[in-house]
Design a protein around this ligand. Structure first.
Ligand code: AP5
Length: 214
């Protein structure tokens, strides 16, 4: 199973990728996590891309393509979260897949209105211990469980950066729905439903057993 997850910031790509990965065994590849790991490591590359990330701008295509590419051939089965984000990246992904003789099975577009997304992102917390994503109201970080955190708010979840990321999504990423629609592999899912319901809908749309949605 090789799947691209599309959707605006806060639609739940990371949340759903984690859940579907646990249920299907497909690897969760998040270019956002790769970017944040590089920044945290303080590498030369990390210093170069930090400013783009913090302002909510896209990291230049040539950099992000080089970061994502090695992961595509590492496992047979994966969910790409946050890549591609524009047509140049989608074409680069097609070329990379052609080089390794593999096809994309699905592009799953998670859909939700902007007002809901701003509310979700301002309540998001991520565990520094496990990378797991939570929401202060809809999916609160556990108290006294295995995941001890700390549960932090991302630099780019400030309101100005959230609005900028949504603008970029509508201008550059949303047109990829047509790109994959023309290839006949696009499915769209209403992401305003509860987290388990959305998981069930995504699995069903991809022809996977949907009991995992609960
Ligand atoms: P990235 O980390 O990919 O961030 P993003 O695209 O802004 O996406 P998000 O992580 O904000 O949203 P999500 O859809 O994953 O939502 P989540 O599941 O967390 O990228 C960060 C930066 O890296 C970019 O801005 C850019 O600089 C760079 N970058 C990355 N990829 C790049 C690329 N290809 N090209 C160039 N630059 C790139 O959910 C959000 C919140 O909502 C959570 O709190 C969650 O608990 C909650 N929630 C989720 N689903 C539901 C639900 N159904 N009901 C209620 N709450 C929900």
């Amino acid at each position: 199973m090789r799947v691209v997850l599309l959707g605006p910031q806060g639609a739940g790509k990371g949340t759903q990728a984690q859940r579907i990965s646990e249920k299907t065994g497909a690897e969760h590849i998040s270019t956002g996590d790769l970017v944040r790991a590089e920044i945290k490591a303080g590498s030369e590359l990390g210093r170069k891309i930090k400013d783009y990330n913090d302002r909510g701008e896209l990291v230049p295509d040539e950099i992000i393509i080089e970061m994502a590419k090695p992961y595509l051939s590492e496992t047979e089965s994966w969910l790409l979260d946050g890549f591609p984000r524009n047509e140049a990246q989608a074409r680069a992904l097609d070329e990379a897949l052609q080089e390794i003789g593999r096809d994309l099975d699905w592009a799953v577009a998670l859909e939700a209105p902007d007002e809901e997304l701003v509310m979700r992102l301002s309540g998001r917390r991520q565990s520094q211990a496990t990378g797991k994503i939570y929401h202060v109201e809809h999916d609160p970080p556990p108290e006294g469980g295995d995941d001890k955190g700390p549960f932090i708010q991302r630099e780019d979840d400030a309101e100005g950066a959230i609005r900028r990321r949504l603008e970029i999504y509508h201008e550059h990423t949303e047109p990829l729905k047509d790109y994959y629609g023309e290839k006949g592999i696009l499915v769209t899912v209403d992401a305003t439903r509860g987290i388990p319901e959305v998981t069930g809908d995504v699995l069903r749309e991809m022809g996977q057993p949907a009991e995992g949605g609960t």
